[in-house]
Design a binder for this molecule. Structure first.
Ligand code: R5P
Length: 301
């Protein structure tokens, strides 16, 4: 059987290279550039006819551009008669708006599914989706890879006792419960409110006493950093010990990295689903890789 072809968009080439290295294949040849008016231009220079092709692209900042780039690659592969085209989207951008929270709002998560199908992709592999509402928007197969066991291993390395899992909000309840089950630890629930217009976050209550406890929080995204900062301040004010915040996707929008570096959180662990430039790294932040998880799924779907 021929090896799969792996192409990379421009959003996360380091991860694509790491996946290729694990599979012992080089990245396929592709030219991605821009016309002088900034429109994206894509040319696939690999012999893909009849082949099984994977395209890795995170829909990270700037999501609009990375999405169009991915769709253009899909269309080029379809024209070149690739047999099967799979989009590997480690971070599914535009997924936060997964329903109409307020009347008149567009449901971006649904439209992304439509775009990918229209571009010619036959299937999608993604990592830790923002919510369970997103998968049904796809009419092509979509597989969500979990990062639970990666983070569970990280937690074990910390070798901490007297530790509880804290669910940061009701939206993340089921994710946190699955993680607590994986790491075999008790769970405590926070109630968090976010102002839909300003984005301001307030933690309103905790289900149990956390004084003297070490805490691990498992979330999907760190976006503005408000959830990390406010939960950590709240838990410390209630007597918590060390707080480890583990999140799959480090969006780190705006000055989030600086705010997190200056915050009361003890440690943050994220994955490389989104490529983090050097200027967004800080001493409390460590990055683990999802390359092996993705590569395993390519070999054994
Ligand atoms: C909430 O629904 C999510 O699971 C995350 O907690 C949230 O998106 C993180 O965003 P931010 O970093 O802006 O608080």
């Amino acid at each position: 059987m021929q090896a799969p072809i792996l192409l990379s968009g421009t959003s996360n080439e380091p991860l694509a290279l790491a996946v290729g290295k694990t599979l012992n294949i080089s990245l396929g040849k592709i030219e991605i550039g821009r016309f002088t008016d900034t429109e994206c231009r894509v040319r696939v220079m690999e012999e893909v006819s009849g082949r099984n092709v994977f395209v890795l692209q995170s829909l990270s900042m700037i999501a609009d551009q990375n999405l169009v780039e991915l769709c253009l690659i899909g269309q080029a592969l379809r024209q070149l008669k690739a047999e099967k085209i799979t989009a590997i989207i480690p971070w599914m951008g535009y997924s936060k708006q997964d329903k109409e929270f307020r009347p008149g709002e567009a449901v971006s998560a649904q439209l992304i599914a439509t775009f990918l199908e229209a571009a010619g992709f036959n299937s999608v592999i993604t990592v830790e989706l923002h919510s369970e509402m997103i998968t049904p928007y796809f009419h092509i197969p979509i597989k969500e890879l979990s990062t639970h066991s990666l983070f569970a291993k990280e937690l074990k390395k910390r070798n901490k006792t007297n530790i509880v899992v804290v669910s940061p909000d009701m939206g993340g309840k089921s994710r946190s419960e699955k993680f607590a089950h994986e790491v075999n630890l008790p769970i405590v629930y926070l109630e968090k409110k976010r102002d839909r217009t300003t984005g301001e976050v307030v933690v309103t209550s905790v289900s149990q006493d956390v004084s003297g406890k070490n805490i691990v929080i498992f979330d999907d995204i760190i976006n503005t950093g408000a959830t990390v900062i406010k939960t950590s301040e709240f838990l410390k004010a209630h007597g918590a010990g060390n707080i480890y915040f583990m999140a799959t996707h480090a969006v780190l929008a705006g000055d989030a990295a600086k705010k997190l570096a200056d915050s009361t959180i003890d440690e943050i662990v994220v994955t490389d689903s989104i490529h983090l430039p050097k200027e967004k790294m800080f001493s409390k932040l460590s990055v683990i890789s999802v390359a092996q998880t993705i590569a395993d799924d390519i070999i054994t779907p």
